[in-house]
Design a protein around this ligand. Structure first.
Ligand code: FAD
Length: 358
């Protein structure tokens, strides 16, 4: 089987690695010259993300391990501590390059610096045309061109109030490096939050997402309040909190992956884990010859969607009440006896199951 994957972000990379492992002949096409760059991601993942992505552990990808999390409304700050790390800050650049190497080892051919401008179905399969005039023919195509990808946005447009403007940069800080600080303030973001995520005791990723273009103002306020010093220019991108697409597969020949399919958590904007799991499942669905395995993969995609839809309900509820309502509630929960044990055992990626369990 011949497969083309458009976009070498984490979703396209994981799909390429999985498809190649299952014996497909894979071409991964990326418009940028280098895998992993440019990056705009916060890189926060649960410690068990290795298993979810299906990759062997590699220590140097983890920049910081958090044993707690702090929340602030600008007036009060409280911290939920855990005995063992419950959240990692990873290097997205190194992660993407690592998965790229794994995919190449399995046989994926990576074509970097090639932009796909059109993908269309024909009787024999799928064709992709690149800006430089190359034509790629294959049996199936996976579109992993990200949040602003032009090919996927024609199929599943990401616009309106659910598309938040996100900005992030690295700053020098003087905070406690063991906890990320989440700022829940209506004047910072009505629909999301701002964060300071220390990478070590010197540098931190600082960012904010909001439907309103107020990032520079928020970052200015954070700089003043927390004595931060910017060490790189801000990167501007987006976070989608509108939930997953209703359809990821078209005629079993064309598939949407990752951000292109809206597979980001509406609660936190995280997309690394859900995007990667979707890639693994759809690769299995397409390349496996075992009918039972295919059926299971399809069922699991629906299960992922159910979880993402549940997070969308949580996000809508939080946004309806606003931080001034739910911040005190969070504070109360943080003070419950034994809460750290619950936090340690929760799976934040699967909040639907977690809530039932809780
Ligand atoms: C500020 C910010 C902070 C975030 N923090 C976190 C976090 O802490 N944890 C988390 O899990 N997620 C986080 N996310 C979300 C996460 O970054 C995304 O969900 C994830 O990057 C999606 O991966 P992807 O492979 O689907 O898309 P992308 O990583 O966007 O990759 C898409 C790729 O496709 C390529 N491409 C696009 N169009 C074409 C074309 N026509 N031809 C060829 N190539 C093309 C692009 O160059 C790019 O390499 C954050 C996002 C932002 C903006």
């Amino acid at each position: 089987m011949k497969a083309i994957v458009v976009g070498a972000g984490i979703s396209g990379l994981i799909a390429s690695k999985e498809l190649s492992s299952l014996g497909a002949n894979v071409y991964l096409i990326e418009e940028h010259k280098k895998i992993g760059l440019p990056t705009h991601c916060g890189g926060l993942v649960a410690p068990n993300f290795w298993q979810k992505l299906g990759i062997p552990k590699k220590k140097n990808l983890v920049l910081n391990e958090y044993s707690g999390i702090s929340f602030s409304d600008g007036h009060h700050t409280f911290t939920l501590r855990t005995r063992k790390p419950f959240l990692f800050a990873i290097s997205r650049i190194l992660l993407d390059q690592y998965v790229g190497d794994l995919a190449e080892k399995k046989g994926t051919k990576i074509l970097a610096g090639e932009r796909i401008k059109k993908v269309f179905l024909y009787k024999g399969g799928v064709k992709a045309l690149s800006s430089s005039g190359n034509v790629f023919e294959s049996d199936v195509a996976f579109i992993a061109d990200g949040l602003f990808g032009q090919i996927s946005n024609k199929i599943f447009p990401k616009k309106g109030k659910s598309l938040l403007l996100a900005s992030q940069a690295v700053f020098r800080h003087s905070l406690e490096p063991s906890f990320p600080l989440v700022l829940l303030r209506k004047d910072f973001s009505e629909d999301f939050f701002a964060y300071i995520a220390p990478l070590n005791d010197e540098f931190a990723r600082v960012g904010v997402a909001s439907a309103k273009p107020i990032a520079s103002l928020v970052i200015k306020k954070l700089v003043k309040a927390y004595n931060l010093k910017q060490v790189e220019p801000s990167k501007h991108w987006g976070i989608w909190i509108g939930g997953p697409t209703s359809k990821v597969s078209f005629y079993d020949k064309l598939f949407l992956l990752g951000d292109a399919a809206g597979f980001t958590k509406a609660t936190t904007g995280g997309g690394i884990v859900f995007g990667s799991i979707l890639s693994r499942l759809l690769s299995k669905y397409v390349a496996s010859s075992n009918e039972a395995e295919k059926k299971l993969a399809k069922e699991r995609v629906n299960y992922l969607k159910k979880n993402l839809e549940f997070m969308l309900i949580i996000r809508k509820t939080l946004n309806f009440f606003g931080p001034s309502f739910y911040y005190p509630l969070l504070n109360k929960i943080a003070n419950l006896r034994g809460i750290e044990k619950v936090v340690e055992t929760l799976d934040y990626d699967f909040l639907f199951d977690t809530s039932l369990f809780s």
